[in-house]
Write a protein that binds this ligand. Structure first.
Ligand SMILES: O=C[C@H](O)COP(=O)(O)O
Length: 235
């Protein structure tokens, strides 16, 4: 999976169990992301559930699992290692700007070449943070919203900030992702910022409620919408 300058964004779909994982992969999700939606923005699932998800989609889709929101740098590597040990593809973990470089590097060593930092829109994001993540050995960086209160990513960060973020990730050789209460209507707008991934949960669930089940029809529509960008780009 590499960052292709011409490629459209890929679809990341967050799932809570193996059944949803199979459904999302069959519907065409590019990356199946294991996450507990009732435990906040970046709630970790039990490792047994993540192992079941890995087994259910082996060789069918790229996978990731969230390792939670460690509040202190000392607990960062342990949280990452627990998820890395499940056999999942990528590990996503919330990173705060005040975590020091040693802690970031220790976390990256716990999931070599597989660690994605999640930054929250609205939290401090110093200009050197993406470069520090690259230097520490992270594989990618995403922005998500911390509070799932109906505000979408674009309500919290203006378009130039999103473009600057994905450009910075490309410059440093990191995969990039944008997420945060996105709807299918956000796809074309956010694709213009050239992220590698657009991440969804709530917008693809019944009633747009991230704690309810994933709606296969909505996942298929998101897949179709993203694939439609290929046709538009080719025209
Ligand atoms: O990583 C993507 C997230 O699961 C997005 O969740 P959300 O669409 O409910 O904000």
């Amino acid at each position: 999976m590499s960052s292709d300058l011409r490629a459209r964004p890929r679809l990341l779909v967050s799932v809570r169990d193996a059944d949803e994982a199979v459904m999302a992969a069959r519907a065409g999700a590019d990356l199946v992301d294991a996450k507990d939606p009732v435990r906040g923005a970046l709630g970790a699932l039990p490792v047994e559930t993540v192992r079941a998800i890995v087994a259910s989609i082996a060789d069918v889709a790229v996978s990731s699992a969230v390792a939670g929101e460690p509040q202190d740098a000392a607990s960062l590597p342990g949280s990452v290692a627990a998820m890395a040990g499940t056999g999942i593809g990528y590990v996503k973990v919330a990173v705060r700007a005040d975590f020091d470089d040693d802690a970031l590097a220790a976390a990256a060593r716990a999931a070599p070449g597989r660690l994605i930092a999640v930054l929250f829109a609205g939290a401090p994001m110093p200009d050197d943070l993406v470069g520090r993540l690259a230097g520490a050995g992270f594989a990618g960086v995403m922005i998500d919203t911390a509070t799932k209160d109906g505000r979408r990513l674009g309500d919290l960060l203006p378009a130039p900030r999103l473009s600057a973020f994905t450009a910075d990730a490309r410059l440093h050789g990191l995969l990039s992702g944008l997420a945060g209460s996105l709807t299918i209507a956000d796809i074309a707008v956010l694709a213009a910022h050239r992220p590698d991934y657009l991440g969804f949960r709530g917008g693809l669930c019944f009633g747009s409620d991230r704690t309810r089940g994933l709606d296969a029809e909505r996942v298929a529509l998101a897949v179709q919408t993203l694939r439609g960008l290929d046709r538009r780009n080719a025209a």
